[in-house]
Design a protein around this ligand. Structure first.
Ligand code: PLP
Length: 357
């Protein structure tokens, strides 16, 4: 606390990211990073871009990257926005597109950055409870008489549950709210879901946000993007150009471009994570865990006879870090990132010991 802080700063409760411990030989399964590295072509491009040209500013419009993303997704370049991680893309979207007189609707259990942006920008919101099984019910987001959302945001697959909403249900929500922007945060869509991007041409109120941090194994590079019709993208550009003209540096632009161009590496590394997830769900089930159906690179699991916080602490003693949220409804769950097969073996071995213990 400081008397020099503005009233806004006094009122903030910042987002708390998963920790990045500086310990060697840690099995780090707490922040949904990809267990296999980024495309070697991306690393090569970053090395090649590391030269004297760093004295120059990067392309403020990221034209080459936007063109590559537009081609990858079958949209126009003016339907793509890029930012410094999807967290920044989301922040700009909250300010540019989700701030209206009527409240913003999002699930009670979802990415915990959403309420933080609401607080930062003074956006009224309504937490819409997920079903008891943590499914998002499309019908809860349909207008009821005069009661309708100013805008809607949800993650699909949802975080931290990993549950996927079928594309037909996403479309139902978008179609039923033609006067409200619906932002679908698809940070984990590449691990088994069907993206809403193909709906963008038909729905002017749909914005889909993606990140290079999860499925492209480039969390350290900080690149995210949004796809939507040009007027939505223009709204984001207006905020971006009122905040920071150069959110992506030269190395990030080069690495992200090469990553998009390496489709084979992307497909293969996602496939490996999905295969490991299937095996891990089975192993945890055999240990008595209940695991929510996951279409993400993490699973959300609870054990009917063991306290989640104690399990997380016991894993930590064995140098395995998972994420635990002290939050109503989910305090008995652990969110476990899908690691390599070897890391998942260590996790299962440790849990077996702890449960026997
Ligand atoms: C990880 C994550 C993000 C943020 O990704 P960055 O691009 O690394 O900022 C956004 N939304 C959800 C749901 C996430 O899990």
């Amino acid at each position: 606390m400081s008397r020099f802080w503005s009233a806004v700063v006094h009122g903030l409760t910042p987002y708390v990211p998963g920790e990045q411990p500086k310990l060697a030989d840690l099995v780090k399964l707490n922040t949904n990073e990809h267990p296999y590295g980024p495309s070697p072509r991306a690393l090569e491009a970053i090395r090649a871009a590391t030269d004297d040209s760093l004295r120059l500013y990067p392309d403020p419009n990221a034209d080459a990257l936007k063109a590559a993303l537009a081609q990858r997704y079958g949209v126009q370049a003016n339907q793509v926005f890029v930012g410094n991680g999807s967290d920044e893309v989301l922040a700009h979207a909250f300010m540019a597109l989700l701030h209206h007189e009527r409240p913003l609707w999002f699930p009670d259990i979802t990415y915990s950055f959403y309420p933080v942006y609401c607080q930062l920008y003074g956006i009224a919101h309504r937490a819409v409870p997920l079903a008891d099984d943590f499914a998002l019910r499309a019908e809860d987001y349909l207008p009821r008489g005069a009661e309708r959302a100013g805008a809607i945001v949800f993650a699909n697959p949802n975080a931290p549950t990993g549950r996927l909403l079928a594309l037909a249900d996403v479309e139902r929500i978008v179609a039923a709210n033609p006067d409200a922007v619906v932002l679908v945060d698809e940070a984990y869509i590449d691990f088994g879901g069907q993206s809403a991007v193909p709906l963008v041409q038909r729905y002017p109120n749909l914005l889909v946000v993606h990140t290079f941090s999860k499925s492209r194994a480039l969390a350290g590079l900080r690149v995210g993007y949004a796809i939507g019709q040009a007027p939505l993208i223009e709204g984001l550009e207006r905020v971006k150009n009122s905040f920071n003209s150069y959110p992506l540096d030269r190395l990030a632009l080069a690495g992200a471009l090469a990553s998009v161009q390496d489709e084979a590496h992307f497909q293969e590394s996602c496939r490996k994570v999905i295969a490991t997830r299937t095996a891990l769900v089975e192993r945890l089930g055999a240990l008595g865990f209940e695991v929510l159906p996951s279409a993400a690179n993490f699973i959300f699991a609870r054990h009917p006879e063991h306290d989640a916080a104690q399990l997380a602490a016991a894993l930590r003693e064995r140098a395995i870090i998972v994420r635990h949220f002290k939050q109503p409804r989910i305090a008995q769950f652990l969110r476990i990132t899908i690691g390599t097969n070897a890391q998942c073996e260590r996790l299962v071995g440790a849990l077996g010991e702890i449960l026997a213990g």
